[in-house]
Write a protein that binds this ligand. Structure first.
Ligand SMILES: Nc1ncnc2c1ncn2[C@@H]1O[C@H](COP(=O)(O)OP(=O)(O)O)[C@@H](O)[C@H]1O
Ligand SMILES: [Fe+2]
Length: 189
């Protein structure tokens, strides 16, 4: 699918603000894909579609999670997590994207998962550091992303986990497991 077609499909699903964020994620994901040797076209499409389900009603997302046998555990956590796996499902069903790598990059863009692929890492990070993002710690992650993809990802996950903990919010454990897997894969002992 070409960029224009994908963007037109996504624009219908999003607010103006979310659409601008999506453009930022797309541009950042392409740059990261060039830098780290990922497939730029897949990075572009995954980034364009990553928030496709962001504004679906909660009851619709809840139903998809149950009917499509997604992890039920998701329902015990922040509903903000749901649009990622539900988005992967709807992008396949409604937009006809069938590439597994692209769908998985959408599926895991919020929680991460242990053993993330290069494409999944790029979309996760592009979502975190795109130029429209302004929150404490984002500049450090942007700097790290220039030369150390895993280091940047670890820092982004640390920030997300601490942010949720500071607000006394539950943390969906896959993010902890992703953090552990990244820390362990980089260890020299
Ligand atoms: N492990 C987690 N447990 C609970 N909430 C999480 C977890 N990881 C991310 N979140 C929350 O999910 C929300 C959406 O994240 P994300 O999809 O990355 O961004 P966006 O808001 O651009 O869609 C954020 O508010 C974030 O704090
Ligand atoms: Fe998202």
């Amino acid at each position: 699918m070409i960029r224009e077609t994908a963007l037109a499909l996504v624009k219908e699903q999003l607010t103006e603000h979310r659409y601008k964020h999506t453009i930022g994620v797309m541009e950042t994901a392409i740059k990261l894909a060039e830098k780290y040797g990922a497939d730029c076209q897949k990075a572009e499409l995954a980034a364009i579609f990553h928030d496709y389900a962001k504004f679906r009603p909660k009851d619709e997302m809840n139903k998809v999670i149950l009917e499509q046998s997604m992890p039920k555990e998701l329902l015990n956590f922040n509903s903000e997590l749901w649009h990622a796996p539900v988005g992967a499902y709807l992008v396949e069903k409604e937009a006809g994207i069938s590439d597994r790598e692209i769908l998985d990059a959408i599926r895991y863009h919020t929680s991460g998962r242990p053993g993330m692929t290069l494409l999944e890492k790029i979309v996760y990070l592009a979502d975190y550091i795109e130029p429209g993002r302004h929150f404490p710690g984002v500049e450090d992650v942007r700097q790290l992303a220039e030369s150390d993809l895993d280091g940047a990802l670890i820092q982004a996950m640390k920030n997300t986990i601490s942010f949720l903990m500071k607000k006394n919010q539950p943390v969906y454990p896959d993010t902890f497991h992703t953090y552990n897997s990244l820390i362990q894969s980089g260890r020299i002992d």
